[in-house]
Design a protein around this ligand. Sequence first.
Ligand SMILES: CC(C)(COP(=O)(O)OP(=O)(O)OC[C@H]1O[C@@H](n2cnc3c(N)ncnc32)[C@H](O)[C@@H]1OP(=O)(O)O)[C@@H](O)C(=O)NCCC(=O)NCCS
Length: 182
Amino acid sequence: MSDSTPARIRRLSPADDADILAAFTVDTEMERQGDVTDLASAAKYREFLTNGDEGNCGFAVEIDGRCAGIVGINGATQHRLGWFFYWMHPDFRGRGLTGRAAATVANWALSEGSFDRLELGHRVNNPASGAVATAAGFIHEGTERQKFLIDGQRIDVFTYGRLSTDPVPETLPLPGLGSAVD
Ligand SMILES: CC(C)(COP(=O)(O)OP(=O)(O)OC[C@H]1O[C@@H](n2cnc3c(N)ncnc32)[C@H](O)[C@@H]1OP(=O)(O)O)[C@@H](O)C(=O)NCCC(=O)NCCS
């Protein structure tokens, strides 16, 4: 299959801090992704994802030369387990690129990476996140009932997992991850 999308996965770098800040600033939904309000906190967020502690790793989804989104894993190395997450700047959503990026990183993490299991959760009123999880080969495992209190309403969360023994999804991966982990 030909792939003309100008998107790739690569390591995060300090040069991405301004793009990270821009994504957190433009969308109030992003406040649930972390505490990023200025360049210093964007740098702290990026450092957390690249310091290698507990197998933490974060990758930029580069589109048109900028860090348009991130796919990351918060690791728990003792259990070869990782909490998987992703976000995309609103200007680049709806193109199927977060699903492809998430599939790329999950495929890598469960093969060449150090993880046997990845897990994630999303609010039931965030179906786009569920579509990304499915595109990345995650399997719906359950519901955490009324987990979050948001704007005075209790919200259920759907939980997902993907094991190294689960099938690799058919989602077309993005290029670049090989060089990102060299
Ligand atoms: C969730 C998020 C990552 C999706 O990013 P995106 O770039 O739009 O994702 P993609 O384009 O790769 O895929 C979106 C999918 O959601 C689907 N979708 C979008 N809105 C939907 C809706 N209201 N109902 C059902 N499906 C929906 C799209 O059809 C697409 O599925 P498809 O590829 O099977 O057609 C993005 O909205 C985001 O960053 N949100 C804020 C942070 C966040 O919520 N992160 C996830 C935390 S759990």
